[in-house]
Design a protein around this ligand. Sequence first.
Ligand code: FMN
Length: 179
Amino acid sequence: MAKIGLFYGTDTGNTEDVAQRIKSMLDDIEPGIAALHDMSRATPADLAQYDCLILGIPTANIGQLQTDWDMFWPHLDKIDFSGKKAALFGLGDQYAYGNTFMDALGMLAYKIQERGGELVGAWPAADYNFDGSVALDGDHFLGLSLDQENQADLTQSRLEVWLPQVLAAFGIQTGVAVA
Ligand SMILES: Cc1cc2nc3c(=O)[nH]c(=O)nc-3n(C[C@H](O)[C@H](O)[C@H](O)COP(=O)(O)O)c2cc1C
């Protein structure tokens, strides 16, 4: 079985694109290390089988959960996340939605913690322009924040820094240097 469960929900495809990019980067490190799951078809058992999770969520409808994560939300209360590590990545638009930037990432992060899970992969908030975010914890976001509308050119380099950090936090040895 794959060591990492990589789950994403998407409304307009951006989060799916990033999830597929992450899957491909992980396959380059170790083929088959991660299995990709679309939240529109995921079951609680799918999530529960992994100790290492990478979860992708865009913020929708001004500070709301993406549709498939919203539908799945009640199931999260039935999953015991203790002993599990979760790295979150969020998609958002910091200029159009600067007061609710990455809110869904924050909502998911707090839900995972509430259910006993350990968050890994916090990301510095310095290189973004926004006014408010549920995902902000001090000077870090509770996961990797990606903005395909305004900072698409930074996505790949952010992933290249973040992923090795996440794998190290998962305790997975890869031989890839951690920045
Ligand atoms: C109606 C609407 C509301 C949005 N609300 C927010 C928001 O509150 N916060 C945010 O950071 N991004 C917001 N966004 C931006 C999306 O999160 C962003 O476009 C993201 O890349 C979409 O991901 P997806 O293609 O996987 O659905 C909104 C986008 C739309 C169209």
